[in-house]
Design a protein around this ligand. Structure first.
Ligand code: NI
Length: 256
């Protein structure tokens, strides 16, 4: 019983076999997933997928690298979408200084606005943060993001940072990267943080686990991530599946 807390099935990488792939997930134990929006247009494609598939839920929001697309008008549409019955979070939102575009000020403005939206609507946030640990933390504190909670997805920082996010009431999203040879820091995080704060994610079509690294990812590869976490924690794969399933339900405030 696996919950993929972060997927992008509206991505064009799935155009050729989206329906048959989604159909196969539940047959393979992937019983729930959240399709996460990242741009103004993907809010609409995410809505379509969530309306078509009962086990697919939605997160609406705009990724930091795409915040130049945002206007007061299309932000109004996101506010509307967040009230949709299949919407379980605002995301993905945050700061990305890896490409450093658009400007840091613009990224911060929309990160703050989307945290406030989540707080108003009583939904958690899905945070994307890359090469921006300190600013992400500072802004979350300033905006009191602990009031909405959420997940720091595709976690790429130290265990000290992970502890800090957990103390703010956030979950740590772990995916295919944990199987990479050079993922020493993430393995330390998984070892250090109680399993009760870890959720499984793919970020598919990106970040396929070894031995599929570099290929198209999908939720079908999550058992490889489960195995790696079980190995690091010294527990069974069944325990990892059960506990991360419960964690995901708590994160997204969903019933069984
Ligand atoms: Ni993503």
């Amino acid at each position: 019983m696996i919950f993929d807390t972060h997927a992008h099935y509206d991505d064009e990488a799935f155009d050729e076999d989206r329906d048959s792939l989604l159909q196969s997930l539940t047959e393979n134990g992937i019983l729930r997933t959240v399709n996460v929006s990242s741009s103004v247009s993907s809010n609409e494609t995410t809505l379509q997928i969530a309306e078509q598939w009962p086990f697919v839920y939605a997160a609406f929001g705009v990724h930091p690298s795409n915040t130049a697309e945002l206007t007061e008008e299309n932000f109004g549409r996101i506010e509307e979408l967040v009230d949709h019955p299949k919407c379980v979070a605002v995301g993905e939102i945050g700061l990305d200084y890896h490409y450093d575009e658009p400007s840091r000020d613009l990224q911060k403005k929309w990160f703050a606005a989307q945290i406030q939206l989540a707080k108003e609507k009583g939904k958690p946030v899905i945070i994307h943060s890359r090469d921006a640990a300190q600013d992400t933390c500072d802004l979350m504190k300033a905006e009191q993001a602990k009031d909405c909670g959420g997940v720091v997805h595709c976690f790429s920082y130290s265990k000290e940072m992970a502890r800090l996010f957990v103390r703010m009431g956030f979950y740590i999203g772990v995916g295919g990267v944990v199987t990479f040879k050079n993922a020493r820091v993430l393995k330390e995080v998984v070892e250090d943080i109680p399993l009760e704060y870890i959720v499984l994610e793919t970020d598919c079509p990106y970040l396929a686990p070894v031995p599929f690294r570099g290929k198209r990812n999908s939720s079908l590869h999550l058992p490889l991530v489960v195995e790696k976490i079980a190995q690091i924690k010294g527990i069974t794969t069944q325990e990892v599946e059960e506990i991360t399933w419960q964690n995901a339900l708590r994160l997204y405030r969903m019933k069984e």
